[in-house]
Design a protein around this ligand. Structure first.
Ligand code: GLP
Length: 241
């Protein structure tokens, strides 16, 4: 793992933007794996600015998001579909057909998981996967004890995860109980992985991801096995390293 510590959230966002831009500039039809959550918002904003400045085009880029809630209407303001259009897709030149997110409202959710995995495969696999980190070590929505061999699947969200994400909803009861997520094996199949972590409340989780023995009790430890992982953290998130 290549751990890079930067001063603050702004530097983290700029540096992450540089890495994603570099990927897209070196291979126009790159396949990007994208994440939601609070952490990548600054990176998306920086990418929009690069695009607006004429330094970047996403005309040929394909994207696959990590996860989506089950049962939340696609156009609900808190669905990950809505998040991605608001944070990035509405502001860049990516063709709609190049955008992929799991459908959490599919009538056959198992078939949807298989289909999503097949789409990633047909696209040639993910070149660069962006990840955030959950306090309990989840990556995507792969909660503790998820099999390392998992591909895109349905997951019951941990109480802790629902509590963490309740800040976006009116009340905790509104946070969906299940989600579709790329599996751990799906994530490990990406050619490169970029993990973004900011703020002091994640410092313990960053230490576990980097230093703890590989264990399904803390899924992010599995990234130690991947040959090309960059962990980009700000000083606060690096406090326990
Ligand atoms: C959610 C997402 C994850 C994300 C995590 C951390 O649970 N499903 O993909 O990495 O939250 O989010 P944040 O960046 O808001 O801390």
């Amino acid at each position: 793992m290549d751990v890079i510590v930067v001063k603050d959230y702004e530097s983290l966002s700029t540096q992450a933007c540089r890495m994603v831009s570099g990927q897209v500039q070196s291979k126009a039809n790159s396949v990007l794996g994208l994440a939601t959550g609070g952490t990548p918002e600054g990176m998306y904003q920086a990418l929009i600015e690069e695009y607006a400045a004429g330094n970047l085009s996403f005309q040929e880029t394909r994207t696959f998001n990590l996860d989506e809630y089950i049962g939340l209407p696609t156009d609900h303001s808190l669905s990950y579909h809505s998040y991605m259009y608001k944070q990035l897709f509405n502001h860049i030149d990516i063709p709609p057909e190049n955008i992929h997110l799991p459908d959490g409202n599919a009538s056959d959710l198992q078939a949807e998981c298989k289909k999503y995995e097949a789409f990633i495969h047909e696209a040639g696999g993910i070149d660069l996967q962006i990840l955030g980190l959950g306090h309990n070590g989840h990556i995507g929505f792969n909660e503790p004890e998820t099999s390392f061999a998992s591909r895109t699947h349905i997951i019951e969200l941990d109480n802790e995860t629902r509590e963490a994400n309740a800040r976006f909803f009116e009340q905790k009861e509104d946070v969906p109980k299940r989600a579709i997520t790329m599996g751990i094996e799906t994530i490990l199949s990406a050619r490169k992985v970029l993990v973004l972590v900011s703020s002091a409340d994640k410092a313990e989780a960053v230490k576990d991801m980097v230093c703890r023995e590989i264990t399904s009790a803390f899924p992010a430890t599995v990234l130690q096995k991947h040959p090309a992982v960059t962990v980009l953290v700000d000083e606060k998130a690096a406090l326990r390293l």
